[in-house]
Design a protein around this ligand. Structure first.
Ligand code: ZN
Length: 150
């Protein structure tokens, strides 16, 4: 039988093992560091914005648990070619999904592969692992140098 949970687990394992866009970006226009003290996840996020504030390129480096690495990898895949406003909308949908009631069906509208992280709803201590990269993205877009989940 087709099991969505298994598929989501495979996506997370795959993105943790071989994270996409995992490298420094010397010509980034925006950059921020993120830290989740609860778990020890650390990452540096690099963004290249064009003159219309569209995300031309995005990459990250760092070390953390499987959830934080997979989340950052999936996020970078999702953000290329998006405007800052579109990125904010995706974050707000993602945040709603991972903090929603685990007994109700997850709303994954507009989230594509990010839906794979919906399972963290059942593990409140892991929500910050999944959202660290997004808080770091916000900091980078706002021109801040660092973000923390605490
Ligand atoms: Zn973590």
């Amino acid at each position: 039988m087709f099991d969505l949970k298994d598929l989501y687990m495979q996506v997370i394992v795959d993105h943790n093992k071989s994270p996409r866009n995992f490298h420094a970006m010397p010509d980034a226009t925006n950059k921020a560091e993120g830290f989740n003290p609860l778990c020890g996840d650390k990452l540096t996020l690099y963004i290249k914005l064009d003159d219309k504030k569209m995300i031309q390129d995005v990459s990250f480096e760092g070390s953390g648990c499987a959830i934080s690495t997979a989340s950052a990898s999936l996020m970078t895949e999702q953000l290329k070619g998006k405007t800052m406003a579109e990125a904010e909308l995706i974050f707000s949908r993602f945040h709603d999904m991972v903090t929603s009631d685990p007994t109700a069906p997850a709303n994954t509208e507009g989230l594509d592969k990010l839906a794979a992280l919906g399972g963290v709803r059942e593990f409140p201590s892991r929500i910050k692992c999944a959202t660290l990269c997004w808080h770091t993205l916000n900091a980078a877009l706002a021109g801040d140098k660092s973000a923390t989940t605490e």
